[in-house]
Design a protein around this ligand. Structure first.
Ligand SMILES: NC(=O)c1ccc[n+]([C@@H]2O[C@H](COP(=O)([O-])OP(=O)(O)OC[C@H]3O[C@@H](n4cnc5c(N)ncnc54)[C@H](OP(=O)(O)O)[C@@H]3O)[C@@H](O)[C@H]2O)c1
Length: 366
């Protein structure tokens, strides 16, 4: 049995990951968080022993010893926000000889994970950051279509969410950069944009339809220009299911831009509550797109558009696909590289989506 600990295991994404791994015969699952009651309640709900729900603080100084004592083989870290976090959890996992997978969406955090590469190699463990929609799935989509281009020049991608609001950690992360400046590569130059501004409209395929989107600060903005050296544009946008909700966030971001509000973070809790109230009146559909432009192998201009659409509020399972697929591989004894790396080139689109079987999530290939 491969002992897999999900830190933040009863959180919004953590609980979905636990749901997927609980019935895997090769995995001894531990559901971890600071509240043992919530951890044990979920363990019972998933038909596990209650002692598989444990109280554990991801940032406790003795984390490595706890992981060793629990015989943890793989840690899945979902206890964000990752923006501003250090690598203490990953370092503890390495120290305990455990593999490490996180769902980070912080740009510096994911891009910087390679600083643990030699420590992870020395210990013979697999360490990866960003095992989620970005950059795991987004890069898998680009990799799949690379062979159809002689030169890929532009990657524009985005996510339109459904009604179900994610957990507070996700909201704290993405609201932290409302109105804040960050750079992205556009037309060959690093240009400044601002979080949740740069308002645009994208028409997803049916049944999602048109959505308002704003620019977001994500790992792909720095990772893709290195991975795909010909690109001169990498742009990412995301949006909320409710147009009114999206415009509200746009207004708040403008206030931050004008220095009338220092940060949108204090609004996270009330906005989270309001989103939960509004859920029955907002679309349960969501989608992701990756739009690639460049020169085809025939020398002609080529544009490819890939989509994923979700219904019945199943979209929130999508970010969980990478950690589920990787945890299953590790438990099965599949070879994964030793070292520390952003989560790119480790899963194909097919492997990623296989982890989402049974949900109302449909791929529309380019
Ligand atoms: N890369 C991507 O594409 C992508 C997409 C979606 C989400 N994400 C990431 O997923 C992360 C999780 O989001 P979520 O929506 O699931 O958040 P959430 O519902 O707030 O869950 C966070 C969980 O972590 C636990 N936690 C917090 N601090 C902890 C600590 N010190 N030790 C142990 N457990 C702790 C919380 O429980 P207690 O407070 O009770 O301990 C909670 O269960 C976010 O940070 C986000 O960055 C990434």
């Amino acid at each position: 049995m491969h002992t897999t600990l999900v830190l933040g295991g009863y959180g919004f994404f953590g609980s979905r990951i636990c749901q997927a791994l609980a019935s895997n015969k090769a995995i001894h699952l531990l559901i971890g968080g600071r509240d043992v009651v919530q951890a044990q309640t979920l363990a019972s709900k998933l038909s596990l022993n209650t002692d598989q729900g444990i109280a554990i603080d991801a940032h406790a100084p003795d984390l490595a010893q706890r992981l060793k004592a629990l015989n943890v083989d793989t840690v899945i870290h979902t206890a964000g926000p990752f923006q501003g976090q250090d690598y203490s959890v990953a370092r503890s996992a390495i120290g305990a000889g455990a593999n490490y997978i996180d769902l980070a969406d912080g740009r510096e955090f994911v891009a910087g994970i390679a600083e643990l590469d030699s420590a992870a190699r020395d210990q013979g463990v697999f360490v990866t950051s960003g095992a989620s929609s970005l950059p795991a799935l987004s890069s898998a989509v680009v990799d799949r279509y690379l062979s159809r281009f002689s030169r890929i020049e532009s990657i524009r991608h985005g996510i339109g969410s459904g009604a179900r609001a994610p957990g507070l950690a996700t909201m704290r992360g993405v609201f932290g950069y409302c109105g804040k400046a960050f750079s992205r590569l556009q037309a060959g130059r690093w240009q400044t944009t601002r979080g949740w501004l740069d308002l645009t409209c994208y028409r997803f395929p049916s049944p999602v339809g048109a959505r308002l989107l704003g620019s977001c600060d994500v790992p792909d903005l720095v990772l893709f220009p290195h991975r795909y050296p010909d690109v001169h544009t990498v742009v990412f946008h995301a949006g909320f299911a409710s147009p009114l909700g999206h415009l509200f966030v746009w207004c708040v971001s403008q206030l931050v831009r004008m220095h009338l509000l220092s940060s949108a973070r204090p609004l996270v809790k009330p906005l989270h509550t309001i989103s939960q109230w509004m859920e029955p009146w907002v679309s349960d559909k969501g989608g992701m797109f990756v739009s690639l432009e460049g020169v085809g192998i025939d020398g002609q201009p080529l544009k490819l558009d890939w989509h994923l659409v979700a219904a019945q509020n199943h979209g929130p399972h999508i970010p969980c696909g990478a950690s589920i697929a990787l945890a299953v591989k590790l438990a099965r004894g599949d070879k994964l590289p030793h070292g520390a790396m952003p989560c790119m080139g480790l899963l194909t689109v097919e492997e990623y989506l296989a982890a989402l079987q049974g949900f109302d999530v449909r791929e529309i290939p380019a």
